[in-house]
Design a protein around this ligand. Structure first.
Ligand SMILES: [Zn+2]
Ligand SMILES: [Zn+2]
Length: 258
């Protein structure tokens, strides 16, 4: 399985910068988990292949350029872009984003070939298929209904939880997986901001360390994501000082393979 955290910003020469401002993971060039930077950072070839997008929750950093992605493809789509999300998240997207005010309601629009966007409701605890992947969504602990994901291609299994704080169900599902090659998990704020992290339901390096004691798999790669750019250096230092083997920081733009 190949996973890339898409870049969010670019310097004045057009080169991707390492900070993560938006969230969008591209799996095997075909499936996106969240869509923050989807319209900004896909190659032309990737743009033609991605038709399956899983939206974990409707916070702007996770959906910012989703409307632009669909708009961009609108005239040429021969099959709809499928948005996989829980019914709560679908309602929020329809009410708050695709509401004819912020942006057109693409779920009701067709081009010359047919519908351009369709929702695929997903339910926590029930497996679903997206392209070649089998995925289980699990509710995590964030300030709006949000899911973490266990993603398998039949050979490799990777667990994702971007925005969350302390939770139990995610770890139960992760620990039940027969094997796990990688865990992508958030570390949003530095330890000095533990209080803000708690009220906004995010981790700091210290609270992530406590949470990782719930993980029973060994030897997998653990990559920290969703590091707030304003505190990036401090958070990275704090993560390094935890001395957790195989815990690293996911680099945007890099393709990881498991
Ligand atoms: Zn969030
Ligand atoms: Zn977020």
């Amino acid at each position: 399985m190949r996973i890339q955290l898409l870049p969010s910003t670019f310097d004045s020469h057009g080169h991707a910068t390492p900070e993560q401002r938006l969230t969008c993971f591209l799996i095997d060039e075909r499936v996106a988990v969240d869509a923050g930077s989807i319209a900004l950072a896909l190659s032309g070839e990737q743009r033609e292949q991605v038709r399956d997008i899983i939206v974990t929750h409707p916070h702007m950093d996770h959906i910012a350029s989703l409307p632009i992605f669909i708009d961009d493809l609108f005239p040429t789509l021969k099959s709809p872009v499928r948005i996989y999300a829980t019914p709560e998240v679908i309602s929020s997207l329809e009410r708050d984003i695709f509401n004819w005010n912020v942006y057109p309601r693409f779920s009701e629009l067709k081009n010359d070939f047919g519908p351009v966007m369709e929702y695929v409701p997903i339910h926590v605890g029930q497996d679903f298929k997206a392209a070649h992947l089998t995925i289980t969504a699990v509710a995590v602990n964030h300030i709006v209904p949000t899911v973490g994901l266990l993603v398998s291609d039949g050979k490799t299994t990777v667990a994702f939880s971007s925005d969350t704080s302390e939770t139990e169900e995610f770890w139960e599902i992760v620990n039940r997986a027969p094997s796990l090659q990688a865990l992508l998990i958030e570390a949003s704020f530095p330890d000095s901001m533990a209080q803000l992290a708690e009220v906004s339901r995010h981790f700091t390096p210290a609270s992530l360390k406590r949470e990782l004691s719930k993980l029973h798999h060994n030897g997998l790669d653990i990559l920290a994501v969703h590091i707030k750019p304003a505190y990036r250096e401090t958070i990275i230092q704090e993560l390094e000082s935890l001395q957790i083997p195989q815990l690293g920081v996911m680099e945007s733009g890099k393709i990881y393979e498991w």
